[in-house]
Design a protein around this ligand. Structure first.
Ligand code: IVH
Length: 665
């Protein structure tokens, strides 16, 4: 085969496979057998290996996912990704229509669509080829997840048709279908792993995985609903949806043109029921002004277009019987009342337990034994009891009261704010187990192989009673335990050993001091540089640190006043954990030591928040206005002219983003 022949064959295979993929995943009308598809894909793979010069990132062979990514680049959206204004009833919708009707003189129509509950993605095509896929991020900057997006089989890598503009952005939602979601959760359960809460979160998590091969296996879909760019071949949203489909995108056919509120309402009422049979989660409908020229006249607010409005479906609510109330003790000793319920199907999962939040909420509900209660999902994830059907209550039903002693260790509970706490932090079993779970978690010491069940097992066997005991464990202690073989035992021990290298800030976070989250731990670790200085510090000194308030300071003091905690820290020190900031971090901090920055304009590599964090991470400080007290004006694209001239007149150095990057490298 000559080189030309090879190229010809490669191109023809790519075309055939692309078309077969489109027919299978977008049209759901396959016309090539799996066998033939695989055979052709294999042939293409072999040719691409033999002729690397004909490599193409949009080849069908790339659908399976390439090399793992190290981290996602943050990229500025050419057109910001706005969100949608939301309404929850007809009156809100009516108000919106009246409002915009007054703003323009021309007549206009609406395009009414489903609101897909997925993760928004913006895909850039140049010369019909996919070049970049960005997540929404903060709307201005998104993460470059192109390699993951390429594995989404219903997302075209090359557009078909001859009217595609030179550059076009196709936006829509990355979704996991309900059926696929159930399948993935079933597999998780079979492996003894935790199941995912909902399809949207799973889709979001999947897009952020670093290994595109795993992403490919999750079978995401992409539903397109919006195009952006110059010289678009259409002038309204309805035709844009049709056009997106022509170009090869998956666009469900469930959208209509409407001329008035009645037609919009019919669609809403219709879909309020039909949505439960739709293969993907939807959380409302979106009403858009159809004509692009009117959209342009209406324009955008800072956050959302004035020409579109979301109508959210009401949260699903079910009535079920209360079986009993448990009082759960969390990591910090907080006691949360949880209702055990007769199982009900609610928004995609079977609900057996629902939170009652706290005593005040229980009082408000006026909960009685055997009550019939209404459950909803807060944020569509956590089931909660939202009301009681009092007409179904038996006359002799007894009210349910909050407890006054710890249900596990019987220590009297103490009320703080709206919550009750068990203060026995050192021997109360659920607290200890949760502390250990927190200590080994990914964001803390990141010790693999120690899931809740293994921790439970080690606790029951008397091998661990606190986090310091982990460092006394030996492979021999573990390998004969039920369910743990020599290999997993060795893995755990290796993980524990490796954790000794975790930096001080992680260790501080891992201790699980109340209110000391990841960020606070980082700030505090960098300020005090070692644990002894922190132990000695008075709360007044701790609160002088920016971003650390009294609540945190008091909590830290309380933690270190407990001799058992000091004893724990001494044992961890002996085990070799990092209790002071390491030299490398010290060096980083010294890079911009105490230097004051003002920033202006927009930046290629950072959002404003990220830049602020980066300056602080390197030991510098961000201030808001230019004065003689600052060290640098860091100017991005389009900096404020008044800041520039003021800095120039004061002789303050003005540095670019590139120079800043060099300073901190
Ligand atoms: S249009 C400038 N259409 O809902 C307006 N958005 O809650 C762009 N969404 O960020 C959005 N279905 O991710 C539009 N049919 C649809 C949608 C939709 C879901 C998402 C989108 C948006 C979010 C706002």
């Amino acid at each position: 085969m000559t080189k030309e022949e090879a190229l010809k064959r490669i191109e023809s295979l790519r075309k055939e496979l692309r078309e077969a993929n489109y027919k299978y995943y977008v049209l759901a009308q396959p016309d090539m057998s799996d066998f033939e598809f695989d055979r052709k894909l294999e042939e293409l793979q072999k040719l691409e290996e033999a002729y690397p010069e004909f490599d193409d990132p949009n080849s069908p062979t790339r659908r399976v996912g390439g090399e793992p990514t190290k981290e996602f680049k943050t990229v500025r959206h050419k057109y910001p990704m706005l969100s949608l204004e939301k309404s929850y009833n007809i009156d809100d919708l009516k108000d919106w229509i009246n409002r915009i009707t007054k703003l323009v003189t021309e007549k206009f129509t609406f395009c009414v669509e489903l609101k897909y509950d997925g993760v928004s993605l913006s895909n850039q095509y140049i010369d019909k080829k996919l070049v970049q896929s960005l997540t929404r991020g903060d709307g201005v900057f998104g993460d470059d997840v192109t390699n993951n997006a390429r594995t989404i089989k219903s997302l075209p890598l090359v557009l078909q048709n001859n009217d595609v503009p030179q550059e076009v952005f196709a936006r829509g939602e990355a979704m996991i279908s309900r059926q696929n979601f159930e399948k993935i959760n079933k597999e998780q359960a079979q492996k003894g792993l935790e199941t995912y809460a909902n399809a949207r979160n799973l889709a979001a998590g999947t897009l952020k995985l670093l290994d595109p091969k795993i992403v490919a296996g999750r079978n995401l879909d992409f539903i397109a609903y919006f195009m952006l760019g110059d010289n678009l071949p259409v002038d309204n949203q309805y035709d844009a949806l049709k056009k997106l489909e022509e170009w090869g995108f998956f666009v469900p056919h469930d959208y209509i043109k409407a001329t008035n509120l009645d037609e919009i309402m019919d669609f809403i009422l219709d879909w309020g029921v039909k949505r439960f049979d739709f293969p993907y989660d939807t959380d409302g409908i979106v009403v858009k002004v159809n004509e692009f020229d009117i959209q342009k006249k209406l324009g955008n607010t800072a956050k959302a277009p004035r020409w579109a409005m979301a109508y959210k479906f009401p949260a699903e609510r079910k009535l079920t019987r209360l079986i009993s109330v448990d009082f759960q003790v969390g990591r910090t000793g907080k006691v949360t009342p949880v209702a055990n319920l007769e199982p009900v199907q609610l928004a995609g999962t079977i609900v057996k337990r629902a939170t009652l939040h706290n005593e005040d909420n229980m009082k408000k509900l006026d909960l009685h034994e055997g009550d019939f209660v209404y459950v909803e999902k807060a944020g569509e994830i956590i089931p909660q009891v939202v009301g009681v059907e009092k007409s179904k209550r038996k006359t002799d039903a007894k009210p349910i009261r909050f407890i006054d002693h710890c249900p596990v260790c019987n220590t009297p509970l103490i009320k703080q704010g709206a919550d009750y706490f068990c203060v026995n932090t050192t021997t109360c079993e659920p607290q200890i187990k949760a502390q250990i779970e927190h200590f080994v978690s990914r964001k803390a010491m990141d010790i693999d192989g120690l899931g809740p069940e293994t921790i439970d097992l080690l606790y029951k066997e008397g091998l661990i009673h606190n986090i310091a005991d982990l460092y006394d464990l030996k492979t021999e202690d573990l390998k004969d335990l039920e369910r743990l073989g020599e290999k997993s035992a060795q893995n755990i021990i290796n993980g524990i050993e490796k954790s000794k290298q975790k930096p001080f800030e992680k260790v501080l976070y891992a201790l699980g001091i109340r209110h000391v989250g990841e960020t606070a731990a980082k700030i505090i670790a960098r300020h005090f540089q070692n644990i002894d200085a922190l132990i000695k510090a008075k709360p007044e000194e701790i609160t002088t640190i920016k971003g650390i308030g009294e609540k945190i300071a008091e909590s830290i003091k309380k933690y270190f006043t407990n001799p058992e905690n000091i004893e724990l820290i001494n044992r961890l020190k002996q085990a070799g954990l990092q209790f002071e900031i390491n030299k490398e971090n010290k060096k980083i901090i010294d890079k911009l030591h105490g230097k004051k920055f003002v920033i202006s304009g927009t930046f290629q590599n950072f959002s404003r928040n990220e830049l602020k964090e980066n300056i602080e991470k390197n030991g510098g400080k961000l201030v808001s206005s230019v004065s003689k007290n600052i060290d640098y004006l860091l100017a991005g694209e389009k900096p404020g002219p008044s800041k520039i001239s003021k800095a120039q007149s004061l002789g303050i150095p003005i540095i670019s983003e590139q120079e800043y990057l060099k300073m901190t490298k």
